[in-house]
Design a protein around this ligand. Structure first.
Ligand SMILES: [Mn+2]
Length: 298
C-alpha cells in the first residue's frame, strides 16, 4: 500500500531511542568513473513509500521504530563535509540503536568508520566489506579520501587491524592492493569466484571466525558487489558478481548472527539506473536488514 511517508508503515521512533537511525550522506565527489550516487537517498526513500513493510519471508517490520535524520546536505568543501559527517555519526553512535547510512559514494565510509572506531575505542572493531573492489588504495587520483581508499583508512584506526577486515565479493584489483593483501596475510579476502564455489554456510563460518570475540562490527555494502545484471545503476560495475538473493541472505545472516551495529549502503546511482532496478535491489536489501533487526528485537 502506498503511503505518504518513507519506510512505508514502519513505525517512527523518537531521536535518541529508535531501533534504527537512518542518515543520508549524498556525497559523490570522490568517484573515479561515473557520478550519480548523491541521488540515492532521496530515491530510496521515495520508493520505500510503495514497498509494503514486510521482508521477503513475511517478517513484519512494523514493530520497528525508525528515526530518519534525512540527508546531511553537502554544503562545504570535501574535508569540511567529512568532518560534519563524522561528527553527526558520532552523535548517532552515542544515542544507540542500529545505524544505517545511505550513500553517496564509498568515500563516505571514511568519516563513518573513523567515528565508529573512535566511539568504541579502545575496544577492537571489525569491518565486513561487501564489494567488487578492495578499496585498499593508499592514494587514488591523488586523493587519500577517494572511494578507492576507505578500507586503507579504516586500518589506520588504532583499534582496527587486518585480521578484523573481511573483504567479500571481490573481483577487481589494483597492483598496490594485491601487494598490500600479500603483506597482510591475516586480512581475509573471499573473492566472488570463491564465494560462488563454497556454500553460504562456509562463508558465514569464515566471517564468524574472523570477527570472533568482537562486540562491535560495521558492515559496508557497495551495491557493485551485485552483478551488473542485478545492479546496473552504479558508477564502476564489474561483471561476475553476486545475485540479489545471495546478498539478501548474506546481510540477513550476518546481522542476525553477529553484533553488527552500523551499516552503509553506497554507490547506488539512480541517474545510471534502468527502471530503478538497482534502487529496488538496494531497498529490498535494506528490508532484509530490517527483518534481521526485527527478529533480534523480539
Ligand atoms: Mn566497489
Amino acid at each position: 500500500m502506498a503511503t505518504e511517508k518513507p519506510w512505508s508503515e514502519i513505525g517512527a521512533g523518537p531521536p535518541g531511542s529508535a531501533d534504527i537511525n537512518i542518515l543520508g550522506v549524498p556525497f559523490d565527489g570522490a568517484v573515479s568513473n561515473a557520478a550519480g550516487a548523491a541521488e540515492a537517498p532521496v530515491r530510496l526513500r521515495e520508493l520505500s513509500k510503495i514497498l509494503p513493510p514486510f521482508s521477503e519471508a513475511g517478517v513484519d517490520l512494523r514493530p520497528l521504530r525508525i528515526h530518519d535524520y534525512g540527508d546531511l546536505t553537502v554544503t562545504s568543501e570535501w574535508e569540511g563535509y567529512f568532518d560534519s559527517v563524522k561528527e553527526k555519526a558520532a552523535g548517532l553512535f552515542r544515542s544507540g540503536g542500529f545505524n544505517l547510512f545511505l550513500g553517496g559514494d564509498h568515500s563516505i565510509n571514511i568519516p563513518l568508520s573513523a567515528a565508529f572506531a573512535e566511539h568504541h575505542y579502545p575496544a577492537p572493531v571489525g569491518m565486513i566489506h561487501l564489494d567488487s573492489h578492495c578499496d585498499l588504495m593508499d592514494v587514488y587520483d591523488g586523493l587519500k579520501w577517494s572511494h578507492a581508499c576507505p578500507q586503507r583508512r579504516f586500518l589506520e584506526q588504532p583499534n582496527a587491524e587486518p585480521k578484523r577486515l573481511f573483504l567479500l565479493g571481490i573481483r577487481s584489483y589494483e597492483a598496490e592492493e594485491l601487494d598490500f593483501i600479500n603483506r597482510h596475510p591475516s586480512l581475509t579476502v573471499v573473492g566472488a569466484g570463491q564465494f560462488l564455489q563454497q556454500t553460504p554456510g562456509q562463508t558465514l563460518q569464515m566471517i564468524c571466525e574472523a570477527m570472533s570475540g568482537l562486540e562491535s562490527l560495521y558492515l559496508s555494502l557497495d551495491i557493485d558487489v551485485l552483478d551488473p545484471a542485478y545492479a546496473p545503476g552504479t558508477g564502476t560495475p564489474e561483471g561476475g558478481g553476486l545475485s540479489t538473493r545471495q546478498v539478501f541472505e548474506l546481510v540477513r545472516n550476518i546481522v542476525e548472527r553477529l553484533p553488527v551495529k552500523a551499516m552503509d549502503l553506497v554507490e547506488v546511482a539512480p541517474p545510471l539506473d534502468h527502471s530503478d532496478i538497482t534502487s529496488w535491489a538496494a531497498l529490498k536489501i535494506i528490508y532484509e536488514l530490517f527483518a534481521a533487526l526485527a527478529l533480534k528485537k523480539q
